[in-house]
Design a protein around this ligand. Sequence first.
Ligand SMILES: Cc1ncc(COP(=O)(O)O)c(C=O)c1O
Length: 468
Amino acid sequence: MKVLGRLGLDPKRTRSLQTQLSGQLRQLIQAGDLEAGERLPSTRELAHDLQVSRNTIVAAYEMLVGEGYIQPHLRSGFQVCHAAQAFQKLAVSDRIPRERRIEPRQPAAPVPFRPTQPDVRLFSLQIWNRHRTLALKRGTSLLHYQSRFSVGLDELRQNVAAYLRASRGVRCQWQEVAITNGSQQALFLLAHLLLKHGQTVYMEDPGYPGARNAWEQAGAEVVPVPIDEEGLRLPEAQVTKPSLIYVTPSHQFPLGTCMSLARRLNLLQAARTADAWIVEDDYDSEFRYTSPPQPSLQSLDEQRRVIYLGSFSKTLFPTLRLGYVVLPPALVERFAALKSVADDHSPLIDQATLSSFLESGAFYAHLRRCRRHYAERQEHFLQQVSRCGLPLQFPVTGRGMNLAGLLPEGSRDRLWSSRLKAAGLDVPPLSRYAIRPAAPGLLFGLAAFDTRSIQRGVAKMAQVFDMR
Ligand SMILES: Cc1ncc(COP(=O)(O)O)c(C=O)c1O
């Protein structure tokens, strides 16, 4: 069979040998080079010709059997299926020209100083897997559809409620906690639940683009509200009444400001006057290094207008995609109904694992470890920046995973960001987060990078800034 001479496997490629082989055989069938009814060489023969193990050939053949391209023939052989002719017609018309083919991407680790990345290397997968095994030992119930749990496993909601009451002063019953796929999903669902087309959302400016996208996607008009050293500075007179106000009061994204008590009370009063909801995104409140945390805004709210949200993306790892919302009682059922339309529920095995992880205290031990490292990294970064005399000022330090660094007035932060990018650094400009023109600056994520990478990163920055 001459065409099989065209097969070639390369162990250096990222795709496995069996995937390479099944792909090449599939292409030969699709192109009609291997015709319906034609017999393929035995697994032993082909393994010998291609100098690979017989298991590789068996796995590739099995894949093609599953896809309906080939079928077992006689005792131990395989032949091309007659039905594969249909694939030939389809494949010819749908074939993608080589130049338009895009190589599949691989997930990669962030480069310095990409913001909002936790150090996932500090997270013990071994401990996590122990809790996962424990969760699975309880039987197979976690594997069934469990539509009754659209807002999460009750045990996890109870553990999250206990955590939020103790650490953030959140006032809640566990039944008011909903588990979501990260806080991004909570933002999306809240936008659809609370906003009608054309309604107004007040949003911090600069602010979190993921939230802005959610409001705009639901058809709302976003009104930018400036930030000063006390946090959100609401306009004296509200031109358009907001239906919703979005804030990150404990650690403003991206500037890092903590909203003062006076502003918090003012915000609650303004929301009451406008009859608006407040969405409090408490995104990295867990990381305080030099002062005790301020209790949440939700803890001051007598009217239950504040919808509190948070996430395990920063405290554990972002691809876990588990976050939580604390809903005012009036919204609980509607939120649950919408969440079940979106995805039935968030993955239950991860939820059960997380619940056990929280209950055992492993979560708190992990947080303490992260806090220690992140504080050290932030301090190290600031020392390096000042040693190199970089033209950056850091008005808010001592908390959070990111630091906003202000550039001298009149600087073009996008230009500096792209120069840093060319030097292999990922440092977004503050203007990327702003709706109105903002003070120029750069946002540095420090949590995910050890002191050596920070030192190397700052040295690269020094070279870039010397090019002025
Ligand atoms: C302020 C803020 N809110 C929400 C999110 C979304 O987080 P999650 O991963 O939980 O969707 C992020 C992510 O960086 C964030 O910075």
